[in-house]
Design a protein around this ligand. Structure first.
Ligand SMILES: Nc1ccn([C@@H]2O[C@H](COP(=O)(O)OP(=O)(O)OP(=O)(O)O)[C@@H](O)[C@H]2O)c(=O)n1
Ligand SMILES: C[C@](O)(CO)[C@H](O)COP(=O)(O)O
Length: 244
């Protein structure tokens, strides 16, 4: 009986979670050797379509803002309509850095949505489990992101020489979606830009304010397409996942 009550209470609180997704996809793909990775075909669909489908299917996500380059606003908007991605409410122009692009997206989120999940357009293999875990944890504590333990031994180097071997058990590779209370991430990103700080993810903007970010279960399949060989890895992972 108590178990049933707990399940009812739990599902009720999960029912009322409302989260927007901001998808930065305005990069220049410079490490991809001249190919626009966001539009490269993966199992015959553009990378970005895989990403947006996963977000569209997440029950907690009620609105999706896509941030893209100026020259891609029209084709990306058309792609979203053609693919029936009904939660995409805006396709907007990004900025000079990922942080500028993300903040532009966060500013477009409806004011009545309390949570924002920031997810790279270039991470097409995100699972529903990874999305849900980060969103649910952020709804409890305000800031959460998926991570996986690093598999390699990580060295720090200066001038081509090793100067330290880091303690691997303390190291994690952080992924997206990175999920935050909307007002928190908006203020944190604005402050980082105001301070002229360069960030490689959104958690860093919150960390530098002294606010804790919870880690949730990530997935080694949730890779970010960065260099050309990542496309072959993503194709293989998709095929492997379908046979699982
Ligand atoms: N000014 C920028 C830079 C990056 N991104 C997006 O942020 C995500 C992660 O960035 P990254 O993988 O570094 O993409 P690029 O900047 O395109 O790649 P590169 O650094 O190789 O040029 C990508 O979906 C990318 O499109 C963005 O929206 N706006
Ligand atoms: C946000 C991110 O995907 C987390 O792993 C990553 O830091 C983006 O880095 P990049 O320098 O834009 O590739």
């Amino acid at each position: 009986m108590l178990g049933l009550f707990k399940r009812l209470v739990h599902s009720k609180s999960e029912d009322v979670i409302r989260c927007a997704a901001v998808v930065p996809a305005a990069g220049s793909s410079s490490r991809m050797k001249g190919q626009d990775k966001i539009l490269l075909p993966l199992a015959e669909q553009p990378v970005l379509v895989h990403t947006l489908r996963a977000l569209d299917q997440c029950t907690y996500i009620t609105q999706i803002i896509v941030v893209t380059r100026e020259d891609l606003i029209v084709p990306v908007g058309q792609l979203c309509r053609d693919c029936g991605l009904s939660k995409v409410s805006r396709v907007i122009t990004g900025g000079a850095t990922r942080t500028h692009s993300v903040l532009a997206g966060v500013r477009e989120v409806d004011e009545n949505i309390p949570l924002v999940a920031i997810h790279d357009g270039a991470r097409p293999l995100v699972s529903q489990a990874v999305l849900a875990a980060a969103i649910l944890r952020a709804s409890e504590c305000g800031a959460a992101a998926p991570a996986v333990p690093v598999k390699d031994t990580i060295k720090r180097s200066h001038a081509g020489l090793v100067d330290a071997t880091l303690e691997r058990s303390e190291l994690f590779a952080i992924q997206t979606p990175q999920v935050f209370e909307r007002s928190l991430i908006r203020a944190a990103l604005a402050k980082a830009l105001e301070d002229g700080v360069t960030l490689t993810d959104d958690c860093s903007a919150v960390e530098r304010l002294g606010i804790g970010v919870a880690l949730t279960q990530g997935d080694y399949c949730n890779l970010k397409i960065t260099t050309p060989e990542d496309m072959a890895v993503a194709e293989a992972l998709l095929a492997w996942r379908e046979n699982e």
